[in-house]
Structure formats: structure tokens, C-alpha cells
Design a binder for this molecule. Sequence first.
Ligand SMILES: Cc1cc2nc3c(=O)[nH]c(=O)nc-3n(C[C@H](O)[C@H](O)[C@H](O)COP(=O)(O)OP(=O)(O)OC[C@H]3O[C@@H](n4cnc5c(N)ncnc54)[C@H](O)[C@@H]3O)c2cc1C
Length: 477
Amino acid sequence: MGKTYRRKDFLKMALMAPIGLQAGNWEFIQKKFSEKTRPSPGPGNVTYYKSGDEQYETLRKGFNKRIDKRPALIALCFNAEGVSEAIQLAEKNKWPVAIKSGGHCMEGYSVNEGGMCINLSQLNQILWLNKNTIQVGPGCTLSRIYDEILPKGKYLPGGSCAGVGIGGLVLGGGYGLMGRKFGLTCDSLLELTMVDGSGNIHKAAPGDELLWACKGGGNGNFGVVTGLTFKLHEAPKLMQSHRFKIHNTDPARAITALQKWFGLVSDLPNECFSAFVLNRKTVYILLTNASGSNTAIQKTITALSAITDKTTHTSAKPLATALKVFYGRPDPLHFKNASAGLYKGFDDIASCIEKVIPMVMASPGMIYQVNTLGGNIRNPEFEKLSSFPHRAYPYFSELQTYWETESQEPQRIKRFREVQSLFNNSGIVAQYRNYPDNDFTQWERLYYGGNYNRLQQIKNKYDPRNLFRYEQSIKNT
Ligand SMILES: Cc1cc2nc3c(=O)[nH]c(=O)nc-3n(C[C@H](O)[C@H](O)[C@H](O)COP(=O)(O)OP(=O)(O)OC[C@H]3O[C@@H](n4cnc5c(N)ncnc54)[C@H](O)[C@@H]3O)c2cc1C
């Protein structure tokens, strides 16, 4: 029997969207690998678990209780050599390989049915290379990174949910409260180490096409990323939140508020983030500001107050404290959440929104949310260096539905699909890969735009036998 959640909890979940079995081994990260090495198997690099073994259940599960897949074998890896060894075993057995870092994939692509799951939860260390650069394991959660770097006055632009793994987040892009200031998470990625589909270990540095590909297109496609080097930024000292609510709205008022919100947040300072959230009859707008001053956004605050019923402000708090408010629930939930389009503005949804909003409002557990992107995410330099193709879109939206008991799932999913199909049929041309939906038919173009063919060439090079495969993995040519 699941835990009981209140609507407040679901709203909190929405806004989050902006174990040690053995000590980990950091040798892999400090060693200077030659361009291509294939280590021979050695003891202590990986431990295997099959159904019935202690730990199997814990290791296969992720954050989404809706996902229930059972791999034939779980390889709990302790270093890149262990990953290489596991890949060679999967190759021999002709098992598809799924890769799991933080286990937050919304469609469960980090685990599979009857194949091998490479679990990287033990690669969770943080190593300081100098005061502005860290190397982290992909299994590091965001909260672990923030807790390490914020006390030292440093920041890495990431999402807000504490349990999300840096591995999956950065390989798909990574947006968050400070993305407009510093870019996507992948824009701070300097280097990575990856074990390919034959068990060879590669390092990718600036200028390498593998690094380009992994900045937006790297989720479970080319190989297993075992180490990530990030440039850190000076952390803004303080962050303040402003919250605006409309209670008991009708659809017409919610649509008007949404249309106005698009206009009011379109030229916020880069230190700001905003989200428009609709759940049943409540509209909730969040505005965060880390610019250290209110004057720059006072006009926006006044205008948002004018279109809503209740405004509350937090005091400006140290960033580490302010971010914790958005860390979210640590325990798994039943839900479906997917990208509902990246938009240039309200016009992109004008043709479907009058149908969407009443349906969202009439659907228990459903949330429609639009978040700001833009700012430095549009930086042409970042665009050149990454395969993330959607920088021109200043808004990203997501559709979410939550439930408490399994019996509610079919109806919630049915409603979700009905609303999502309204977006899909309205001409949306861009979706965010880190919020996948198995129902997207043209996901190649939606996630990767014009970069898909180039990503396929890189897939051919690093995973020619298509070992890493799932519903929407990049296909070999
Ligand atoms: C509650 C919640 C809040 C979220 N908030 C945000 C947010 O604020 N901003 C944002 O941008 N996203 C957010 N996301 C989406 C998140 O970025 C993706 O779900 C991300 O892929 C999760 O990474 P993970 O390592 O936890 O997941 P996993 O399930 O472990 O992996 C996700 C995907 O990446 C692949 N992958 C993971 N690790 C590796 C690796 N080491 N090498 C190669 N492939 C790998 C997996 O195969 C899978 O396809 C949120 C998700 C949830 C559930």
C-alpha cells in the first residue's frame, strides 16, 4: 500500500523539476588512459546480482514506481575496468545493456527486461582537481554535489531534485534554476571517460566529437560514462523566491494568466527562473531571483501580483539553504512525467491550449508546468560545443500525473495520453530528451533535431553492435 500524498506534495514534486556496499575506487579517474585501452578483467571491479540475490531488488528499482523491469543480471561496477568487464560478459551473452546512474529516468530506460543493467551507484565520488574544477562519478546525486561545492562558494548549474544522478542529467542537457545564468549542466562539462560497446575505455576532451555528442545525446547511446570533469562557477550568494497563486480558477482565467506569464517573464535577468504550474483549480507561479537585488525584477513581481490572488516572498537566503527547499521527496512515487514541448512563446500552444487547460483541470493528479529557459542557454558558443539542439526555445513544458495506488494507473495514463496527444497534434517540433515519452512517434527529430544523423555516425563508431539499446536509443545506420 502506497503512502498518501496530498496535492501540496504533488505541487512540490512538480517544482523539483527545476549506499555503499564497498568503497568506490577513484583510480580510474586519476589514471591517464591512452586514447583507447581495453583492460583485462580483474577481481573487485564488479559484483553481479541475479534475481533472488540480496540487493537485486534494491539495485534494479528507480525513482518511478510505475517502472518494474527485471534484468537477467545486474552488474554493480566499482570502476571503469569493472564496467568493461561487465560489457564483455553482456556481449558474450548477447544481452542488451541498460545504464543506471541515479535511476530517475522517467520511462525507465536505465533498467531493462532480461538483459544486463550496469549500476553505477558506487561511482559517486567527488575529487577536486583545483578550486574551480571537479571530477565526479556519474552515480553522484545532485544534492551530494551541491553539499560538497556550495560551502566552498562554488556552483554547478543543475536541476533542483536532490536524488537525480549527475550521469543522466548532464548527458541529456540539464536545466535548472540557474541555467539562464550559467547555461545547461552539459555546458560546464570539460571532459569525460566512457567505456564503449566493446569494452574499450575512451577519454573525451574539448574538440572531440564524443564530447559534443554526449552533451545532449549521451543517455545510454554510445557507452557507459564513468567519470565527468566539470568547470565550477562562483556561486551567487543569495536567492529569493516569490510565489503567486490563483485559487479556484476557471479555465479562461488560467489561460489568460498563462498567456500573460509568457510575456512577463520573457526578459527576466539571467539570475532569475520562473515556472507556471497548473494543478486542478490552482495556478501557482514561482519566480526565483539570485541577482542579489529586487529592483531588476520589481516590475515583474508587481505585474504577476496583479494577475494572481496571493503573493508571498521568502527572504533572500544563502543559496545552499534556498536550494534545499526544492530538493523534493526522496522516496519513489507512482507517476508519469514527460516533455510537453519546448516553445518560443504562447503562440506555439495557442491552437491547443483551450482544450488542454480544461482537461488538465478536470484530471486528478495532473500537473501542467511551463519553465523558463533562455538566457545563457542560448549562448552560441555552448551551442557549437554540444549536440543539445533546442537552445532557441526560451520555454520548456512538462506534463505530469501522479497517483497513489496501482489501481489508479490505467485511468491516469489514459488521461495523460489524451492531453499529450493534443500537444503532439498541435505542431510541437521540439522535446527534451531528459523528459522522454515512449509515445512520441518522431522522437529522433523531436529530441535531437538536425543532429540525429551525426549522432548515428557516432553510435556506429562506439557501439557498432547496438549493445546499448532501449525503446528510444539512437539507432545504428
Ligand atoms: C523528480 C525528478 C526531477 C527532475 N528534475 C530535473 C531538472 O530540474 N532538470 C533537468 O534537466 N532534469 C530533471 N529531471 C530529469 C532528469 O534529468 C533525467 O531523468 C535524468 O536522465 C536522470 O538521470 P539519472 O542518472 O538519475 O537517471 P538514470 O535513470 O540512471 O539514467 C537516465 C538515462 O541516462 C542514461 N545514463 C545514465 N547514466 C549514464 C552513464 N553513466 N552513461 C551513459 N548513459 C547513462 C540511462 O541509460 C538513461 O537513459 C528530473 C527527473 C525527476 C524524476
